[in-house]
Design a binder for this molecule. Structure first.
Ligand code: FAD
Length: 378
């Protein structure tokens, strides 16, 4: 057990959950965020909590994904009560579309995994029924897989709510840019925030893709790359979309009234967070292949966020080797909203008990021990 004050660096969803679980375990904890809580990737995503597909699922991340999923569901009530914030949490359905053979194979595997897990299900929907459910679908659509059991939140509101719930549990939430660590032997004894030194008895690094400085402070490899994702909020002619839709990397997500979020870009452009014309055109063009009406839909808003992605796409969660009081909660990647609850809970277990029952073995930082340090200058 690390006695005394823990500092969590980074107020995205990973840091907010780490602070929440630490505070819940009666650890004195300060969450430090240099911007507002949840304004980066954690505030610019569709908030899908989908534990049955994605990198490493099914596969090495399957157990952790399901553990995280159930933690979210179990915590919604408490986070809502403590924060007094509405984060639009709900279970949801999604129609996964198939246009060609390659899509069928992918959806067949998805169906097997949905059918194999209690609380989830998937059924094939043939073309005629698809067009009855949503006549605006592209006429070339061949088949769909209706997947049920996943969940969804408003990412920005959820992140704020988790941080607020941590505060209600006793965590301090501070605005500041951590720009160095004070160390003695194998311990961190304080964090530098500008000219101020904040003494502490341990740190959790939850800085999203901004791992360059922490890697240098700790002299450890933290290979987390920013992968930019943009989304468009559009107004759709013809009324409300009956369900979320997905085709390959195109996502069409229900929003308020006749509005939908469109997503699906992945760009390796460093720390550039500006929205771009190219992404806008690409999203509209690809969404048009799912629903031709998207091509003329009025764009109301465009967002960009930087996913924190490791070379193998899996998070890094655990104690930092060579340091006796440093933990990392990084690399949630394309599923960082989902993994965040399990990442935070695992960190609190490791801090307070030195071990965790959560399935974080595949997420050990040791797999990167021999690689070069992070990409970043941030
Ligand atoms: C378009 C898009 C769609 C997505 N869709 C989904 C989805 O449907 N489901 C899902 O599960 N995930 C999704 N994701 C991924 C998910 O959003 C991210 O993995 C997750 O938000 C990462 O959270 P984080 O807390 O690790 O990082 P961030 O949200 O980046 O937070 C890190 C924080 O640390 C702060 N920070 C950094 N350095 C310092 C410092 N030195 N001092 C103080 N503060 C510092 C930053 O300001 C930042 O606020 C999506 C992402 C994008 C962009």
């Amino acid at each position: 057990m690390a006695a005394g004050r823990l500092v969590v660096i980074g107020g995205g969803i990973a840091g907010s959950f780490a602070a929440y679980f630490l505070a819940r375990a009666d650890v004195e904890v300060t969450l430090i965020e240099r911007d507002e809580i949840g304004v980066h990737a954690s505030g610019n995503n569709p908030g899908g909590l989908n534990p049955l597909y994605g990198a490493g699922i099914p596969g090495p991340l399957q157990d952790l994904a399901l553990e995280a999923f159930h933690l979210h569901l179990d915590l919604w009530h408490e986070i809502g009560r403590l924060s007094q914030l509405d984060f639009a949490a709900r279970r949801n359905k999604r129609l996964n579309l198939a246009f060609e053979d390659a899509d069928f194979a992918l959806l067949e595997r998805m169906k097997e995994n949905y059918d194999a897990h209690t609380g989830f299900s998937a059924r094939w929907v043939e073309r005629d029924e698809l067009l009855e459910i949503e006549p605006r679908l592209h006429p070339d659509v061949a088949r769909g897989l209706w997947a049920e059991g996943d969940a969804k939140v408003d990412g920005a509101a959820y992140t704020r709510a988790v941080a607020r719930a941590a505060q209600e549990r006793g965590a301090a939430v501070v605005t500041g840019d951590v720009d160095g660590l004070e160390t003695r032997d194998d311990r961190v004894t304080g964090v530098h925030v500008g000219s101020e030194l904040m003494p502490c008895d341990g740190v959790v690094i939850a800085t999203g893709p901004w791992c360059g400085r922490p890697a240098r402070w700790l002299e450890r490899s933290l290979p987390v790359e920013p992968v930019k994702g943009e989304m468009l909020l559009v107004e759709l002619d013809g009324g409300v979309l009956p369900t979320d839709l997905a085709w390959r990397d195109v996502g069409v997500y229900q929003a308020a009234a006749d509005q939908v979020w469109l997503g699906g870009t992945e760009d390796h452009v460093g720390f550039d967070r500006e929205i771009s014309e190219a992404a806008r055109a690409s999203i509209v063009e690809r969404a048009g292949r799912v629903m031709p009406a998207m091509v003329n839909a009025r764009v109301l808003h465009q967002t960009a966020g930087l996913r924190p992605v490791t070379p193998d796409g899996m998070p890094v969660v655990g104690a930092s080797d060579g340091w006796s009081n440093v933990w990392v909660a990084l690399g949630g990647g394309r599923k960082g909203m989902l993994f965040s609850a399990a990442m935070g809970a695992a960190i609190a277990d490791l801090v307070t008990a030195g071990s965790t029952k959560l399935s974080v073995e595949p997420c050990s930082g040791e797999r990167f021990a021999v690689e070069a340090t992070a990409v970043d200058v941030g």
